[in-house]
Design a protein around this ligand. Structure first.
Ligand SMILES: Cc1cc2nc3c(=O)[nH]c(=O)nc-3n(C[C@H](O)[C@H](O)[C@H](O)COP(=O)(O)OP(=O)(O)OC[C@H]3O[C@@H](n4cnc5c(N)ncnc54)[C@H](O)[C@@H]3O)c2cc1C
Length: 489
């Protein structure tokens, strides 16, 4: 079956493969560009599964709102927030509940508050650091040594683990940087590229030598940044009142000039470089259908894109296969408030690997955002698996449930059975930005640029958060639009 749009008066046709946030943002941006520039186009979005949104999934059960995937996005990076505004979702945005802004770190089996003023890797205030029970005295002194240590010789890339050990010492790595930053990427800090994940710390060392001094200076210049790096209007993390799925449903409602095809996994891509103006793509799907296109956005995980391009560009396929992934499960558990002895006076906790526990982190979801549970109840969400505990992801649901219950018993004192439990699995969902990742992505982009009308999008490349994925989808749309749709000047 051929579904080429070419029987109609010829409007360029773009195929987008992958219906996660990156693919949806690409489709939306294409429509915006078509409207703004008054240049008709059509698109077809192919999604392998039976639903759109990728890892974004919200479920309403009884009066609880379960976020199975992402629960929020960062407002400091503008792209997701800007998209919400353009979609008219601003009145539905919800900031964090600032009455309980703190985060806990598990230390010797107990939840200890992250010292006030601690900025991901390093302290900006010495009083709270000195009083904190998370670090030993030698550990605190070692951290302070950052103030006098010389800068390292410039190198291409370095792991987060190596950088933090070198500047702030082992305890800062094991007790804070690994669970906080490694946790975002569910990654091993000794493999995680600092340049690809936290380049600001690299720049701090290059410019100011000391990370602590640089953070302290930034905090003095803009006191807001130590409390809330998002600026005035929104808290650092923002969600939607009815959950992140609302962004997906609004996007899909708005997409009018295209076709959204679910349960339509693309199996391969063919490329006919007939001549620069007639270059055409054909995307084959598992059900035997195929789609001809003038432009192509691959918004799948890198390993899926690698399979798709294998037939026409072996080198690109190899590079794409070089990005490994880790798997994570989330476990939402609902309780009556009186079943939880802990005051839940924070947004949640992270668990350093050295604590040797079975969960990576926990969020007090109903404290962090309002409307997640009835007032006399609480909703907790924990994370299991990741690169460092891959074997736990493989356990069956009953085992994961038992592991999480045991951890919540030991850490929060909860003995009761949860009223509701929802376990969601995201296999191979989190790309691992290993040392050298940015060079690999440069190679991938250079190789992809050999094929006019092809663009890659998604969390595999230059940021895993929703804001970065929106940017990546929109940038891919702009690239393909400029190459295959825009009128020549
Ligand atoms: C559990 C979890 C919690 C997270 N929490 C947060 C958070 O709170 N805040 C935040 O900013 N980020 C968070 N992230 C990260 C962020 O949600 C993701 O990086 C982002 O949503 C990925 O979007 P994407 O479109 O790149 O990929 P995906 O969401 O993975 O979408 C890719 C899509 O491509 C489809 N696909 C694959 N192969 C094919 C094929 N051959 N043909 C057609 N379709 C195909 C897949 O079915 C999928 O729908 C979290 C991630 C996870 C897993």
């Amino acid at each position: 079956m051929s579904l080429s749009p070419e029987s109609k008066p010829r409007a360029p046709h773009i195929v987008i493969v992958g219906g996660g946030i990156a693919g949806l943002a690409a489709a939306h941006r294409l429509e915006e560009l078509s409207r703004e520039r008054e240049q008709p186009l059509r698109f077809t979005l192919l999604e392998a599964s039976d639903r759109l949104g990728g890892v974004i999934e919200t479920e309403q059960r009884d009066d609880f709102l379960f976020e199975l995937g992402p629960d929020s996005f960062i407002s400091e990076k503008p792209w997701a927030l800007a998209l919400c505004r353009r979609l008219g979702l601003e009145p539905e945005l919800l900031g964090t509940n600032d009455a309980h802004r703190s985060t806990f770190v598990v230390h010797k089996g107990k939840l200890e508050p992250l010292p006030q003023g601690f900025m991901l890797l390093a302290p900006t205030q010495f009083g709270p650091l000195v009083r904190s029970r998370i670090f030993s005295w030698p550990g605190k002194l070692r951290m302070a040594l950052d103030l006098v240590l010389p800068r390292a010789k410039e190198q291409n890339d370095e792991s987060l683990g190596s950088f933090v050990r070198r500047r702030l010492g082992r305890e800062a790595l094991e007790r804070i940087a690994q669970p906080l930053i490694g946790g975002i990427y569910t990654a091993d800090p000794d493999q995680l590229s600092l340049a690809a994940t936290m380049p600001r710390f690299l720049h701090m060392e290059r410019e100011h030598r000391s990370v602590i001094y640089a953070l302290w200076r930034a905090a003095r210049r803009s006191p807001q940044t130590t409390r809330d790096t998002s600026g005035a209007r929104w808290s650092l993390f923002v969600t939607l009142q009815t959950g992140m799925q609302r962004l997906v449903s609004t996007l899909t409602e708005r997409l009018t000039s295209g076709t959204l095809r679910q349960q339509c996994p693309a199996t391969s891509v063919r490329y006919q470089p007939a001549g620069s103006d007639e270059t055409r793509w054909t995307v084959d799907c598992a059900d035997g259908s195929n789609f001809h296109a003038d432009g192509l956005v691959l918004a799948t995980p890198a390993f899926a894109a690698a399979q798709l391009v294998h037939r026409f560009d072996h080198a690109l396929s190899q590079h794409l296969s070089g990005i490994p992934y880790s798997s994570t499960a989330t476990v939402n558990m609902a309780y009556r408030r009186d079943q939880i002895p802990h005051p839940l006076n924070g947004f949640g906790f992270v668990v350093p690997r050295v604590e040797q526990r079975s969960i990576l982190a926990g969020t007090f979801s109903s404290v962090k955002y309002t409307g997640r549970a009835p007032s006399d109840h609480a909703l907790l969400r924990t994370f299991v698996g990741g690169a460092l505990q891959a074997e736990l992801f493989e356990r069956d649901d009953a085992e994961i449930r038992a592991l999480v219950r045991s951890e919540l018993h030991q850490l929060l004192g909860i003995e009761a059975e949860p009223l509701l439990t929802r376990i969601a699995r995201y296999p191979q969902s989190m790309p691992q930005y290993r040392v050298g990742h940015l060079q690999l992505v440069d190679e991938i982009e250079k190789q992809a640029a050999e094929h006019p009308g092809l663009a890659l999008a998604g969390n595999a490349y230059r940021g895993v958060g929703l804001a970065d994925c929106v940017r990546s989808g929109e940038a891919a749309a702009e690239e393909v639009f400029a190459q295959r749709v825009a009128k020549p000047l």
